[in-house]
Write a new protein. Structure first.
Lengths: 310, 384, 367
């Protein structure tokens, strides 16, 4: 559906996109994950023919995307990163306006607008002005304006920034439902939990490049970490830390001032048991014990040496 | 100190508009001075205008007018053609055209309008020429009423027009009766101060009024009193700075300017008072305006309105008495009054000094009231 | 059509720009009317304080006493006292009622001119009476009667017989400025159309709407609001008594073009890649400068520019609008009117075309 090949974009000396490649299939919820400044929004804006780029090709639905590709644009819905609504129009009027840019027929549009309002849970706020809405509701309005015309492709650029957890969950559920109803979705974010939760395929970006691509499981299998075990309030000596590091399948041990022991192990059975047995054998007292499967942050950390939120 | 510095930083970013207003003010001063030099309308000047006479009568009235203009003004020629007349007037080749109709003598004898005058609307000499010519025609009527023939009456009226009145000009201001050139500079200063300060300083207030910034500052450990004081201090600092620059400019341009005058302290105080008023209005406007369009409107209404009603652009004597009474509530009225006194008299007596003090006090009180009102409104809004 | 209607509704809901676009010119017009509405009439000026040093010319003294309370505020004094009063500004002049009366003043202002005119008038009348008395005594009484029947034997007129009103220049410059106020509306429209200016513009840029339709709708809506404001201003001026020569049909095209020029200028500036604060500065500064050169603060300014730098008047939209008004209501010069209209249309076209070009659908260097 979307094919990006060797995309290069420079802002003066700064290389924002460095031979970026992307392939998105129809029916996916495709995640674009990366820290701030990695090039996600730049890639999206190039895709939408809003930005000039220095090299590369972009095709959407098999055709070159141009600023005046009205046929293609009719099938795309955009939810930009910043709230993009008219301050002087009510919630209903805003959705109606933007839907009207795609769907000229009045009757059909009325239905679509009503559906969008229901979908985003804005029934009680139809006649309110945007300045009276909370952050979460504004975001929902922002989404409603982008999806009301039921596009084939929806591009959502960090739609849950500064949104309360309740609204966020609602938004994520809504995205999944949109996908179920037939829309392909490109979802950019730096919140790995969201991307992990809803995306079928993910590309991790850093410094304008794609550094990893695959399903969440595939990505996690790319890295060494199979399990992360955290033991709180453990009194340990240097020798004991060294012993733990030598246990089978353990490849990294960290111990901080809070007396929290963090052990990274490769994927294997009974990692927790081995560590707890050792601690008991040494008579070490400890608090809670947690075991976590690897996250996308771990993937990013191993691939780049830094956290997603750095 | 940090809040004060923050205000200053934003001020300097918006200094372009302020400069523009001051440049316009200076332009008005120079242009109006040049205009006065070439088109002085006082009775005592030797201003001569280019006047054409279209004598359709070919008789006595036409002759006397032609002769009168030739002796007292500059007689110009123009074709008796509508387009030609308009063009000559439009390009200021002539100031005025007198049209003497065929029945001019008859109309004059009947006491009606005998001659038509076509002049450049809004020009300096329009009223002056009208008065002079009308006076000449009146004298012809007096002579004819006194029994002289029209021809004799015209001749005698012409002779009479050469008669000078004995007027002595006492030099009490050290400038031969004219206001010194630097006085004009001070005369138009309120427009530059008001317009420039309101536009540029209000942007600063609007910046700090932005919802998120206001909230952030409200949450900080800086009290509202300190914030308001910092804002007012910034305004006054910038005001004094700009005032200082203006004083320096007039001193440089006019070879000492107001510093040459015995009333120099009054000049300085008066202009400083005006600046304080401008700053206080800028503070108030910044609180009231929502965006640049609104600010532009408010700034123009206040600056132009206060300047027109206060006698800055149009002399107070030319406004109606009702307007003059209402204008006494305006700080610009008092500024103008004080500046006029300083220009007309080298030494101020106790009565004049009283007027000056009164005017200064009114201006400073006005400024204090504006600052006070704005501070009170700001405090109330912060609590909301 | 739908885009136009919705945009019109949005602009009308924007109270700040619309409100001030209408209110400011109306307030200024009211101020001008209050300031000049009754015209400049020296007879309406307040009495001028003057001192009278009696030196025996009772006829002259009687004349002055007749003026006392109306034109003069007469104070009989001794010379020394009078000179002191003059130096202190308590009186504006000292009349010496000698056989040949004289006047002493300290400056050359309007009030002193009034005193000089009084003196000159007396001297002239005296000379006339003496001459008539010597040469034609029978005519003394009619002559004296004529002296007191001072009339207006000169009429100010334009060639077509209409009447000229001074100070109209201020009103014309004000209408020009009101037209240019549309620049703020134009700037708002441009900011909401270029994807690199606002998120809203970005969303509108990815919509499948022909760019030309969008830009035309924006311009048309902004023009409608602005032209409406200017028409309301004209109506208000009409209520205040300004006739504009009665040629309303000719005024409307000027106002329409002027409003379009203002909107287009705003779009021209608004579509530039500059920070918003700077754009506001450019708009405010340029509209101020244009109005200044059109005579808003100093009514002779347009005249002075015409004399020294006429090209400036040909490219300044504010001056063109004001001059077009002059051409209709004062000069009745259709050729000049058409020229102004043509030049205004040309300038407006330049702004419109440049605006279109800048607002075209394109890819940006950065967003």
């Amino acid at each position: 559906m979307i094919h990006i090949e060797n995309l290069v974009k420079r802002y003066g000396e700064l290389l924002a996109l460095d031979h970026f490649n992307l392939d998105i299939q129809e029916g996916e919820i495709f995640g674009l994950l990366g820290p701030n400044g990695s090039g996600k929004t730049t890639a999206i804006n190039c895709l939408l023919a809003l930005l000039k780029f220095d090299k590369g090709t972009i095709t959407v639905f098999g055709k070159q995307m141009q600023p005046d590709s009205y046929g293609l644009k009719r099938q795309i819905g955009v939810v930009p990163q910043n709230v993009a609504v008219f301050e002087q129009m009510t919630v209903y009027e805003n959705i109606d306006y933007f839907c009207g840019l795609y769907v000229p027929e009045k009757g059909k549009r009325r239905e679509l607008v009503q559906d969008a309002i229901q979908f985003t849970g804005l029934e009680d706020y139809k006649k309110m002005m945007p300045r009276k809405l909370s952050g979460g509701l504004l975001r929902r309005l922002n989404i409603a304006c982008g999806i009301a015309h039921r596009p084939r492709l929806i591009i959502m650029d960090e739609p849950t920034v500064a949104v309360d957890p309740q609204s966020r969950n609602r938004i994520l559920e809504g995205i999944v439902e949109l996908n179920r109803n037939g829309s392909t979705i490109i979802y950019t974010s730096h919140y790995m939990e969201e991307v992990e939760q809803i995306c079928s395929r993910i590309v991790i970006m850093d410094h304008g490049r794609s550094i990893a691509e695959g399903t969440p499981e595939e990505l996690k299998q790319m890295i060494k970490t199979g399990e992360t075990i955290v033991v709180e309030k453990a009194e340990l000596t240097q020798e004991q830390q060294a012993d733990i590091a030598n246990l089978p399948h353990v490849f990294r041990v960290e111990y901080d001032r809070e007396r929290t022991l963090t052990v990274k192990c490769t994927s294997a059975q009974h990692n927790v048991v081995r560590i707890l047995n050792y601690l008991q054998g040494q008579g070490v007292t400890f608090g809670r014990v947690l075991s976590e499967l690897p996250t996308l942050n771990d993937v990013f950390l191993e691939l780049t040496g830094k956290e997603l939120r750095d | 100190m940090r809040v004060f510095k923050g205000y200053l930083q934003i001020v300097f970013k918006n200094s372009g508009l302020l400069l523009m207003y001051l440049l316009i003010t200076v332009s008005i001063v120079f242009i109006s001075q040049k205009n006065i030099e070439t088109n002085d309308t006082s009775a005592f000047s030797a201003a001569r205008y280019r006047v054409a006479v279209l004598d359709r009568e070919g008789g006595k009235i036409g002759n006397v007018l032609t002769e009168y203009i030739a002796r007292n003004q500059i007689l110009a020629a123009v074709a008796d053609d509508k387009q030609a007349i308009w063009d000559e007037l439009f390009y200021r080749n002539i100031q005025c055209v007198l049209i003497v109709p065929e029945d001019a003598a008859k109309k004059l004898a009947e006491g009606g309008a005998a001659v038509q005058i076509v002049s450049v609307p809004g020009s300096a000499g329009e009223y002056y020429l009208h008065a002079k010519i009308n006076n000449l025609l009146q004298q012809i009527r007096v002579y004819t009423a006194g029994g002289f023939s029209m021809e004799e009456a015209c001749e005698k009226a012409l002779e009479l027009s050469q008669k000078e009145a004995s007027v002595t000009l006492l030099d009490v201001n050290g400038n031969a009766g004219r206001r010194p050139d630097y006085n004009d500079f001070f005369a138009y200063l309120p427009y530059g101060f008001l317009g420039g300060m309101i536009i540029s300083m209000s942007f600063v207030v609007m910046e700090f009024k932005k919802k998120e910034i206001k909230r952030r500052i409200t949450c900080s450990p800086v009290s509202a009193r300190v914030q308001n004081s910092a804002a007012i201090a910034c305004f006054l600092t910038v005001g004094v700075l700009v005032w200082g620059v203006c004083i320096a400019v007039q001193s440089a341009v006019y070879h000492g300017g107001a510093f040459r005058s015995e009333n120099r302290f009054c000049y300085l105080l008066n202009s400083l008072a005006c600046m304080t008023v401008a700053m206080s209005l800028a503070y108030l406007t910044g609180m009231a305006a929502g965006n640049a369009g609104a600010l532009n409107g408010i700034a123009n209404v206040i600056s132009l309105g206060l300047c027109f009603l206060g006698g800055i652009f149009v002399p107070i004597e030319m406004l109606g008495s009702g307007v003059e009474k209402a204008a006494r509530f305006l700080p610009t009225y008092w500024y103008s009054k004080i500046n006029g006194l300083l220009g007309d008299y080298a030494r101020l007596n106790s009565g004049m000094l009283q007027t000056v003090m009164q005017g200064l006090l009114i201006q400073f009180l006005f400024a204090a009231a504006c600052f006070g009102v704005t501070t009170a409104v700001t405090k109330a809004r912060q609590r909301e | 059509m739908r885009l136009y209607a919705i945009r019109l509704l949005q602009l009308l809901r924007r109270k700040q720009e619309g409100f001030w676009g209408l209110l400011f010119p109306i307030v200024m017009a009211t101020l001008f009317f209050v300031s000049f509405g009754n015209g400049v009439d020296p007879e309406k000026m307040s009495a001028v304080p003057a001192a009278l040093v009696s030196r025996g010319n009772q006829i002259f003294e009687r004349l002055l006493q007749e003026m006392d309370g109306a034109v003069l505020n007469l104070n009989p004094m001794e010379e020394e006292e009078a000179l002191e009063a003059l130096a202190h500004g308590e009186v504006k002049g000292i009349f010496y009622s000698e056989e040949e009366p004289s006047l002493t003043v300290t400056s050359l202002g309007i009030q002193e001119t009034v005193l000089e005119t009084l003196l000159r008038s007396y001297l002239e009348n005296q000379t006339m009476i003496l001459q008539i008395g010597e040469q034609n005594p029978a005519g003394l009484i009619p002559a004296a009667a004529q002296i007191s029947r001072y009339g207006d034997y000169l009429e100010s007129a334009d060639i077509n017989g209409g009447s000229m009103e001074t100070n109209l220049g201020y009103f014309y410059a004000l209408i020009s400025m009101a037209c240019l106020f549309g620049a703020f509306l134009g700037m708002t429209c441009a900011t909401e159309m270029r994807a690199d200016q606002s998120p809203l513009a970005l969303r509108r840029s990815v919509a499948p709407v022909h760019r030309l339709s969008l830009v035309l709708a924006e311009m048309a809506a902004a023009f409608t609001v602005q032209f409406g404001n200017v028409c309301l201003l004209l109506l208000y001026l009409r209520l205040l008594g300004l006739s504009f020569g009665g040629k309303w049909a000719l005024l409307l095209p000027v106002c329409a073009l002027g409003s379009m020029a203002g909107v287009a200028f705003g779009m021209f500036v608004g579509s530039a890649k500059m920070r918003e604060g700077f754009k506001n500065t450019v708009l405010i500064g340029s509209s101020l400068l244009m109005s200044f050169f059109a005579g808003l603060m100093f009514v002779n300014m347009k005249d002075i520019v015409e004399h020294h730098a006429p090209l400036l008047n040909r490219i300044n939209p504010a001056a063109l609008i004001a001059d077009a008004f002059y051409s209709i209501s004062i000069y009745d010069n259709p050729e000049r009117y058409r020229r102004n209209l043509f030049l205004l249309a040309a300038i407006t076209s330049v702004f419109v075309l440049t605006g279109f070009w800048r607002l075209r659908r394109e890819r940006y260097e950065s967003l």
